[in-house]
Design a protein around this ligand. Structure first.
Ligand SMILES: Cc1cc2nc3c(=O)[nH]c(=O)nc-3n(C[C@H](O)[C@H](O)[C@H](O)COP(=O)(O)OP(=O)(O)OC[C@H]3O[C@@H](n4cnc5c(N)ncnc54)[C@H](O)[C@@H]3O)c2cc1C
Length: 423
């Protein structure tokens, strides 16, 4: 085995540089700590950049100064149109932010093992190309989207629907561009044409955007396990086959459009949900009154966006919720003292996940996680349970987070509150 040394010993290792991970890294580094990010892709932003998901599906205000910086910089680049943004610019903005904060990043690096004893993580094992590395820090933040780090450390998790095990579906997103010239519309032999909206495999679309583009979040891959490499590979290929048909459909409707981009990786809506010290449930978020927690460290505003688990097409249960807080305990995996989880894999049931998984919300969670470990280090505590929650909430508030859920508005652009459509 070949190995390679990094030139310093980090205080914090962040596993995965999606929205939550990039935000966590910036928050911790801004407070003066040495942060090492391990990311298997080649840019920051995860699903929202490499994955091609270019829409913020939650309110944009009060999500912390990291998220508000993304919004203002996207505006500066003329790359924000309502809630749609240009992912290539978001990559540049994250790069500038992590540079300013002094984050040390290793791209093309996958976490493959986490060595833990008695709830204490001692090191992570990562591979990059032909090298394997063992890396140590005082605190670790798992922002891999699927909870890889916590899972490898031995944390318990849930996944899928409690009745049938089905996870929320995966989608490969795509972008079409108006070339201004009529294209030849070609459907390879063996592929069924899509002749109407009813024949679409996934969501309706494509959505018209500025600069002659159309955004297609229209593939729907059900019944696969995104944490199983064989199943994930099959899902990627099935999505690409759907895209052959969707391309034909889009060019039938808009003959001058051509496919110019699809996600570098299929978008995973639900992987592992790591069991934390608090599990956010549908009961928490479906009440008439905003649910607040004394240890709330971020607020979710988005409607339940629960796509049907078994039916193709647009079917789904979409219901407004009163904004609610994300308790810090949902980010602490049960039994661990120097590990936090932020983003999609925090502790919650499938319904709650379908609301709090949105980009602005996971960005706020990342900021909370990064600030929490920095505060713990400042306070000299090597057990995340001992962090002073009131101080953490004060810092987050000072850094632009509105932590009172009652001061947020519900975000519900498309309510179709028929729960039967979730099945
Ligand atoms: C198809 C689809 C459409 C969506 N639509 C919207 C929408 O319109 N609006 C909205 O706000 N939200 C939407 N969402 C939800 C939202 O995009 C995601 O939930 C959110 O971006 C997840 O952010 P994250 O940081 O938790 O994870 P991710 O973005 O998944 O980031 C995880 C990162 O970790 C890296 N990683 C994974 N495993 C490892 C490992 N072992 N070692 C090293 N690195 C690793 C990955 O490469 C990735 O960069 C959508 C999601 C999907 C899938």
């Amino acid at each position: 085995m070949k190995t390679i040394q990094i030139p310093f010993e980090p205080d914090v290792i962040v596993m995965g540089a999606g929205t939550a991970g990039s935000s966590a890294a910036v928050a911790a580094a801004r407070r003066g700590f040495k942060v090492l990010v391990l990311e298997e892709g080649n840019c920051f932003g995860g699903v929202s950049t490499a994955g091609g998901v270019n829409e913020f599906y939650a309110n944009l205000e009060g999500m912390g100064n990291i998220f508000s910086h993304l919004v203002s910089e996207l505006t500066q680049f003329d790359a924000l149109e309502g809630r749609f943004f240009k992912g290539e610019y978001l990559k540049l903005i994250w790069q500038t932010l992590v540079d300013e904060a002094g984050v040390y990043t290793m791209f093309h690096t996958s976490v493959i093992d986490v060595i833990a004893k008695n709830g204490w993580i001692k090191e992570v094992v990562a591979v990059s190309g032909s090298y394997q590395m063992r890396l140590k820090a005082k605190y670790y933040i798992d922002t891999t989207g699927e909870g890889d780090g916590a899972f490898l450390a031995g944390a318990d998790f849930d996944s899928g629907n409690p009745e049938n095990g089905r996870t929320l579906h995966m989608s490969l997103t795509a972008m079409f561009y108006d070339t201004g010239i009529k294209r030849k519309n070609y459907l390879p032999p063996g592929y069924e044409p899509i002749n109407s909206v009813e024949d679409l495999p996934g969501l309706r679309g494509p959505v018209r955007l500025a600069d002659n583009r159309r955004y297609a979040n229209m593939t729907k891959i059900m019944g696969h396990d995104p944490t199983n490499p064989l199943s994930l590979s099959q899902a990627e290929q099935e999505a690409r086959r759907q895209l052959v048909r969707i391309n034909y459909y889009v060019q039938t409707l808009y003959p001058t459009y051509a496919l110019i981009f699809s996600g570098q990786k299929i978008g995973i809506r639900e992987g592992r949900r790591i069991l934390g010290e608090y599990c956010l449930t549908q009961e928490d978020i479906l009440g008439e009154i905003s649910k607040d927690f004394p240890d709330g460290v971020a607020v979710a505003t988005a409607q339940i966006d629960f796509h049907s688990l078994s039916k193709p097409g647009h079917a789904g249960w979409r219901q407004a919720v009163q904004p609610y807080s994300i308790p810090f305990r949902a980010m602490i995996p049960q039994g661990f003292s120097n590990l936090l989880v932020a983003g999609k894999p925090i502790s919650g049931d499938q319904v709650a996940l379908s609301s709090y998984r949105m980009i602005p919300t996971v960005c706020a969670m990342g900021q909370a996680a990064g600030t929490a470990v920095a505060l713990a280090l400042e306070e000299g505590c090597l057990d995340i349970h001992k962090v002073n929650i009131n101080s953490l909430r004060e810092l987050l508030t000072k850094d632009g987070m509105e932590l009172n859920p009652a001061n947020h508005k519900p975000f519900a652009p498309e309510p179709t509150p028929n729960r039967a459509d979730a099945a």
